[in-house]
Each structure stands twice: as structure tokens, then as C-alpha cells.
Design a protein around this ligand. Structure first.
Ligand SMILES: [Zn+2]
Length: 235
């Protein structure tokens, strides 16, 4: 639903945890601001999903006159309160890659997404589908540019599993598998043979030296084990 606000009267009102009405105001100083109520939870979710420390709207609502002034047609989603042009900062206050933001915004179901440049993008909730690359064209979307269904495909970026797996892994590279031990060195107890190709969680690399080998501490089949690491491929 599109709501109408006054910059003077409502500017300092918070619409959510991180967004105030004045952030959507037209840059020409107009008092009237239009904002789609669906847009707020969407941009909050995007902010959270990216672990951003800031979400900067550099163009939100635009009066038709201002829209024309900045190169728009005077009747686009910004003039109806559906859209923001923005950039986001990570925890180190660095601008987040707009390719990645476009991809994640697609996951969240934004109706309109436009890649503007390395760090800036357009987002909107206008009821129709338009995912585009504004560096190429604004008249049609990425599907028509090269057949891409989404921004992961378009920018050739890998979809991260959710939540991001912060664990490290090794893979056993030894034909007959390797013995895993209860501690560092062949004087500890033999536990099991881990077959060639097995993926194990790496706890500590080079946890100690024994019998002429460096040893790794790993987890395999829920057991904490030790391996001479000559046959470990680090993933
Ligand atoms: Zn825009």
C-alpha cells in the first residue's frame, strides 16, 4: 500500500528499526513523500541478510519533475513510492559489492532490481518483474540480455549456502585410506581407517609433530581423531 507522508511533519518517524521517513524524501526538497509499505520489511530483510552495518538510500521518492531531471521518464517506480537507489556498507564500513546485493535481493523476491554500478543498485516493489543491468540497458532485463534467470547466473557468482559454513575441511588423498589415531603419533591408539576421498572437518592444522610427520586434528563420523597430514588435501 502506498502511503503519503510529509517530510516536515513525519520526517523523524521510524518506519522500522533502521529506516526513517526522511530517508525516502525527494532530493529536490519537496515535502510530500510516497512510500510503499511493502518496501520497508523487504529492505530491512536485505540489510539483515547481508549483515550490513548501513543501508544508504541516495534516491527514494521522486516527484515527476525531479525524476525527469535525473534522467527518468517522470512516471517510473520512484515517482510512485515503490523504489530506492541505494548502497550498503559491511561491518568494516566498506561498500558491499552490488552484484552480490542484486543476487540476494533476487532471493528475497524484489519485483524490481537494477544493477547500477559496482556498488549502487535500484530496488523496488512495483508489482511486475524487472531485473536489469542498467550499465547495459534500462529498457529490458537480464533475461533478454543473455537468457539469465537470476543475478547469480548473470554475474556468474556462487550461491552461498545459508548459513555460511565457516568450517574448514580436508579430503583424504591416499589409495588405501589412512589410519586415524587417538593422539599425535603412532604410539597413540589406532582408531579407524578413513577411506580415500573422505571429507573430514579440520579442527587444527599442524597440531603437533611425531614420527617425522606433521599431524592434523580432525573430526570424522563425529569422532575427534589425529592424522599424519601427508595425505590431506586442504579444501
Ligand atoms: Zn532507481
Amino acid at each position: 500500500m502506498i502511503k503519503t507522508y510529509s517530510l516536515k511533519k513525519d520526517g523523524n518517524i521510524s518506519l522500522s528499526a533502521h529506516f526513517k521517513i526522511r530517508e525516502f524524501a525527494c532530493k529536490d526538497g519537496s515535502d510530500k513523500i510516497l512510500i510503499d509499505t511493502d518496501l520497508i520489511p523487504m529492505i530491512e530483510k536485505l540489510r539483515q541478510k547481508l549483515g550490513a552495518s548501513a543501508f544508504i538510500i541516495y534516491s527514494g521518492y521522486r516527484t515527476p519533475a525531479h525524476d525527469k531531471k535525473v534522467g527518468g521518464g517522470g512516471s517510473g517506480p520512484h515517482t510512485q513510492g515503490y523504489a530506492v537507489d541505494c548502497y550498503l556498507l559491511d561491518k568494516k564500513k566498506k561498500k558491499i559489492d552490488a552484484q552480490k546485493i542484486c543476487a540476494v535481493a533476487g532471493d528475497l523476491g524484489f519485483k524490481g532490481i537494477g544493477y547500477i554500478n559496482k556498488v549502487n543498485l535500484h530496488l523496488d516493489t512495483k508489482p511486475r518483474h524487472w531485473w536489469g543491468d542498467e550499465t547495459v540497458t534500462t529498457s529490458y532485463g537480464i533475461e533478454k540480455i543473455n537468457g539469465s534467470k537470476d543475478f547469480y547466473e548473470y554475474f556468474n557468482i556462487k550461491k552461498e549456502s545459508d548459513p555460511i559454513d565457516a568450517k574448514k575441511y580436508i579430503q583424504i588423498k591416499a589409495k588405501g585410506g589412512v589410519w586415524a589415531w587417538s593422539g599425535i603419533g603412532f604410539k597413540t591408539k589406532k582408531q579407524m581407517v578413513i577411506p580415500n576421498g573422505s571429507k573430514c572437518e579440520l579442527i587444527t592444522k599442524n597440531v603437533g609433530k611425531a614420527n617425522g610427520y606433521n599431524w592434523d586434528k580432525i573430526i570424522y563420523k563425529n569422532k575427534t581423531l589425529y592424522l599424519a597430514n601427508n595425505w590431506n588435501k586442504y579444501l
